[in-house]
Design a protein around this ligand. Structure first.
Ligand SMILES: Nc1ncnc2c1ncn2[C@@H]1O[C@H](COP(=O)(O)OP(=O)(O)OP(=O)(O)O)[C@@H](O)[C@H]1O
Length: 245
């Protein structure tokens, strides 16, 4: 397995990922290594396989073929495709964080309950979980909004709650799907700043699907998909031109 310059294996090493839906080939044999502390943007036209790839890397939906090897604290050399549903659910709760465009926060709960819930399902007692959630919300500029329900927050504030939830569990990899897609450009920039700070700024990895090139360019690396294949990878391009050590 390829190692990075510090001799560490990739946090996620995907090899030969293949996924089809009927006659549609969503992933046609994708190889992708994600390094510790790296921010990776996945771009490509609509239908090119971005979400399918993200879902496979995150253990949400398994590929039809291929291997996904994890190397995260508590998950050394784990083959995701061999895990059953229960084990993959545990993996997602413990090791991964998710910041999606919408739909992953629970609208009936308050901001603080949404964040604390992520800890409680990992076994943290309610009082401690609420304390840690309050701290995380305050760090993301949401002090005073803890008791608001999700519908009483703006789109940008909702994304901050999602980032707080991803951050609070200590997830090693955060997956984001169009995290700024529903936001105006100023709010989108603020949310992206916070997302990068909470992930790569804290030594974690970020894997983000985006249609927005200016958002992608804030990442260390951009891969572009077309018809289920990676057609460009800025890391490879930099290595080929000699500007990547
Ligand atoms: N559950 C599904 N059932 C059938 N076809 C699917 C399913 N999920 C994805 N596909 C198909 O697989 C291909 C890749 O879809 P995917 O959602 O990964 O693309 P995408 O690049 O994320 O697109 P978009 O930018 O529009 O979100 C598309 O042709 C899509 O129609």
């Amino acid at each position: 397995m390829l190692e990075n310059s510090l001799g560490l294996p990739p946090v996620i090493a995907a090899h030969g990922l293949f996924r089809s839906f009927g006659t549609t080939v969503a992933l046609g044999g994708v190889d992708l290594n994600i390094q510790l502390g790296q921010s990776l943007a996945i771009m490509g036209p609509s239908g090119s396989g971005k979400s399918t790839l993200l879902h496979a890397l995150a253990g949400i939906e398994l590929p039809d073929a291929g291997r996904i090897t994890l190397n995260l604290p508590g998950y050394n050399n784990v083959q995701v495709e061999t895990l059953n549903d229960k084990a993959r659910t545990k993996l997602r709760r413990e090791a991964f964080g998710f910041v999606f465009q919408s739909g992953l926060l629970i609208p009936e709960l308050t901001a603080i309950e949404n964040v604390a819930m992520a800890l409680m399902i990992n076994g943290v007692q309610r009082a401690a979980a609420m304390d840690r959630a309050a701290q995380a919300l305050a760090q993301l500029g949401l002090a005073g909004m803890e008791q608001r329900r999700i519908g009483q927050l703006s789109g940008g504030q909702q994304q901050r709650v999602a980032i707080a939830r991803a951050k609070v569990t200590g997830a090693g990899v955060v997956f984001a799907d169009e995290p700024t897609g529903a936001l105006d450009s100023t709010t989108g920039t603020e949310v992206l700043d916070i997302l990068l700070e909470a992930t790569v700024g804290a030594g974690k990895s970020l894997v983000m699907v985006t249609h927005d090139r200016s958002v992608a360019e804030r990442c260390d690396r951009i891969v572009t998909l077309r018809d289920g294949h990676i057609v460009t990878d800025s890391a490879t391009a930099q290595r080929q031109t000699g500007s990547w050590s």
